[in-house]
Design a protein around this ligand. Structure first.
Ligand code: XIL
Length: 312
């Protein structure tokens, strides 16, 4: 059978996975990561708390391990993430408002500057919106208003002129208030000449919530603004235990996401938020839910899911 990356590449796209640095040393895991996928996202190692835990002291070793693994397997890297309200060290929240912009720009200059040349695309700003489409309160929004997004994108372009610059969020998979807000923001940023190259659609789906409304049309409207679209963190969770019906729905959701991306030329690829239930974030975040990934917790492929992604 062709690998997921080979199937995607035949359509001019990539297929990737998020990974923890610690997983790379596990031979059975690394064997799958190194063969099935064409792209890696560091699940945690490039986040602010791991790159600048103390102000002005930068740590790149975890991210560098991901980059090194990817390069030795001819894979690209999506950098994740420069500006986010989560996994943000306490010192940022404690800064006086006037110091948040320089701290943010310094963080971006250093982290994106360090990895410049090795990153295909950066999730520059992550999760800027509330579910109703209003801007989320964060140290960045509270200090700068929505202009923090433009400042961050400009700083990222200056630090790494060759990386594609993304804004990334969840619950923008289909049409709705939150994706409308993202659309309006992207349109305004493009009109203002702010460097923005793509929209990251996280894609954290759940069988019990139904499939997002008009996913393909939603991807297409972003593409029509002159932007790339990527599904950056795909997983399809369910309430455990599984049933035959839940597993069938899950496989169908994976298939529908692959089909939506295949139908939109500027949908450049899909990344799963780790490929195995062994390292999925779902059970630790959503009580009673799990089984979200294409490989099980024993690293056995779920052929129903993988075939669905291939079929698209
Ligand atoms: C998650 C990681 O997978 C976990 O290990 C960590 O404890 C919390 O963050 N949206 C994102 C990702 O953009 O960065 C999150 O990753 C999952 C939700």
């Amino acid at each position: 059978d062709p690998t997921l990356q080979q199937v995607a590449a035949s359509k001019g796209k990539f297929f990737g996975s998020a990974s923890e640095v610690s997983s790379l040393n596990e031979a059975p895991y690394a064997a799958i990561l190194g063969t099935e996928f064409g792209q890696i996202t560091p699940a945690n190692s490039m986040k602010w708390e791991n790159t600048e835990r103390n102000q002005g002291q930068f740590t790149y070793s975890g991210g560098q391990s991901i980059v090194d693994f990817a390069q030795s397997h001819s894979q690209t890297v999506r950098g994740h993430t420069l500006v986010w309200h989560n996994q943000l060290p306490g010192w940022v929240s404690q800064l006086p408002a006037s110091q948040v912009r320089p701290a943010m720009e310094n963080h971006i200059a250093n982290v994106a500057g360090h990895f410049a040349g090795d990153i295909y695309a950066w999730d520059v700003v992550n999760e800027a919106f509330n579910d109703d489409g209003t801007f989320r309160s964060s140290p960045f929004y509270n200090a700068m208003g929505k202009d923090y997004i433009a400042y961050a994108l400009r700083a990222a372009r200056a630090a790494d002129p060759n990386a594609k610059l993304y804004i990334n969020d969840y619950n923008i998979d289909g049409m709705g208030a939150k994706s409308d807000a993202m659309y309006n923001l992207a349109r305004d940023l493009k009109a203002a000449g702010v460097p923005l190259d793509g929209i990251g659609i996280q894609g954290h789906l759940a069988v019990q919530y139904g499939f997002p409304y008009q996913m393909q049309q939603n991807f297409q409207r972003f593409a029509d603004l002159g932007l790339d679209v990527a599904v950056t963190e795909l997983d399809v969770r369910m309430q455990t235990p599984s049933t035959t019906q839940k597993l069938a729905t899950q496989a169908d959701y994976y298939r529908q996401v692959a089909a939506a991306c295949a139908a939109v030329t500027r949908c450049v690829g899909i990344t799963v938020w780790d490929f195995t239930d062994k390292y999925s974030w779902v059970p630790g975040t959503f009580g009673g839910e799990g089984l979200a990934c294409p490989w099980d917790d024993q690293l056995r492929p779920k052929t129903q899911v993988i075939d669905a992604i291939r079929t698209g």
